[in-house]
Ligand binder design. Structure first.
Ligand code: M6R
Length: 364
């Protein structure tokens, strides 16, 4: 049931504070401020390499996880889309963990990649939203997201729940690998527990985003830029926009702009910049200036400090709460989801059932 919402996608976007809290609740011990993963028949501490495989939005969650696992736990991570991974004869060494991320748990390429990895001696972990799915049944370690049924073809709440689980796994892996102290773990848990409130604060910008959607709706092309763990969010923002509004959109690592895509920039190409303030902010600001110098129209999504510093001269700004970098990818997912949603509504497309797409891709 859609309740007070016009579309399932909209309802699911607004459910995120609740379902992320539910998901975190099953991986974090509040009192001890500690991560607790389900029992497994292998030692995470012995894992030497992690291979992450998924499709679409779930792949972008995996891409954020690569940044986290490498940064916090110092474990090398390979990352691939399932349709490439399964046919490229990847090197899978003993002691490896293969991690599959899927809302449905039934995506054909991801499932085939799982079976290939199992046959090649990998331990199998899955982050899935459907606990009765094939992937859930075939895993050594089942990490469920508790997003509840996702009806909209465009994945929203499943994505932020995947990120919540993956952040908890990253912290736990860092602890068992001796790269994170008990105090640092407590700190990470505290920040993760702040995510639901921060998601609510992000959702409070719904009306502003709806008001700016008509500025984006006429565009033929839109670029999204981000850096570090927010780069996959740029890819996710572009995917959401393409999927439901049928506007051509691309996500780029901010630093890659000058290696090609900047040639596309003119007044007709809005550039959505995802940039929480922090050590890399200045670099992104200079990328924004390059865009503006060529007549590009920038929509800056940042926190108060970022907007105070670089908001002037932008087509629009969307202010996110100031959050710890660990939860920024969850929080910054909200404005890109809402932007895609409101642009699609402005264009009058079928938001929940976009053309040519199925909710679950169970054929190759
Ligand atoms: O069920 P899965 O997470 O395995 O699905 C993967 C993709 O098909 C899915 O994320 C797709 O990209 C969405 N429609 C994106 O919104």
């Amino acid at each position: 049931e859609k309740g007070r919402f016009r579309h399932f996608m909209q309802k699911e976007i607004f459910e995120q504070p609740t379902v992320v809290a539910q998901t975190l609740g099953s991986y974090l011990r509040r009192v001890e401020q500690q991560v607790a993963l389900p029992q497994m028949d292998f030692a995470l501490a012995d894992v030497r390499r992690i291979t992450i495989v998924a499709c679409g939005t779930s792949f972008y969650a995996g891409m954020v996880a690569k940044y986290w696992f490498e940064q916090f736990a110092r474990v090398p991570v390979d990352l691939d889309v399932a349709s490439e991974f399964r046919y490229r004869n990847p090197v899978l060494e003993p002691g490896g963990l293969a991690l599959f991320i899927s809302q449905s748990g039934e995506t054909a390429d991801t499932l085939a990649a799982l079976r290939h990895s199992k046959a090649h001696g990998q331990k199998i972990a899955v982050v899935v939203n459907v606990p009765t799915s094939s992937m859930a049944r075939e895993a050594d370690l089942l990490l469920s997201t508790h997003a509840g049924p996702e009806i909209g073809v465009a994945s929203t709440k499943a994505f932020t729940c995947q990120l919540a689980v993956l952040a908890a796994v990253a912290a736990h892996l860092a602890v068992v690998k001796g790269k994170m102290t008990r105090e640092e773990e407590q700190d990470a848990v505290r920040h993760l527990l702040e995510a639901p409130a921060a998601l609510n604060a992000a959702l409070a910008h719904d009306a502003d985003i709806a008001a700016m959607a008509p500025l984006i709706a006429p565009a033929r092309d839109v670029l999204y830029l981000g850096r570090g763990p927010d780069y996959p969010l740029a890819l996710e923002g572009a995917l959401k926009l393409k999927e439901i509004s049928y506007i051509h959109a691309e996500g780029y690592a901010s630093g890659e702009m000058k290696h090609g895509p900047i040639a596309l920039i003119d007044e007709a190409v809005p550039v959505i910049v995802l940039a929480p303030s922090g050590p890399l902010f200045e670099k992104t600001v200079s990328n924004m200036q390059e865009v503006r110098a060529r007549g590009g129209k920038v929509v800056l999504i940042s926190d108060a400090a970022g907007i105070a510093e670089a908001g002037e001269g932008c087509l629009a700004t969307i202010e996110m709460p100031t959050v710890h970098p660990l939860i920024a990818p969850l929080v910054y997912a909200v404005p890109v989801q809402l932007l895609a949603y409101h642009v699609a509504v402005a264009k009058g497309t079928d938001v929940d059932q976009p053309r040519n797409l199925a909710k679950s891709v169970t054929v190759e």
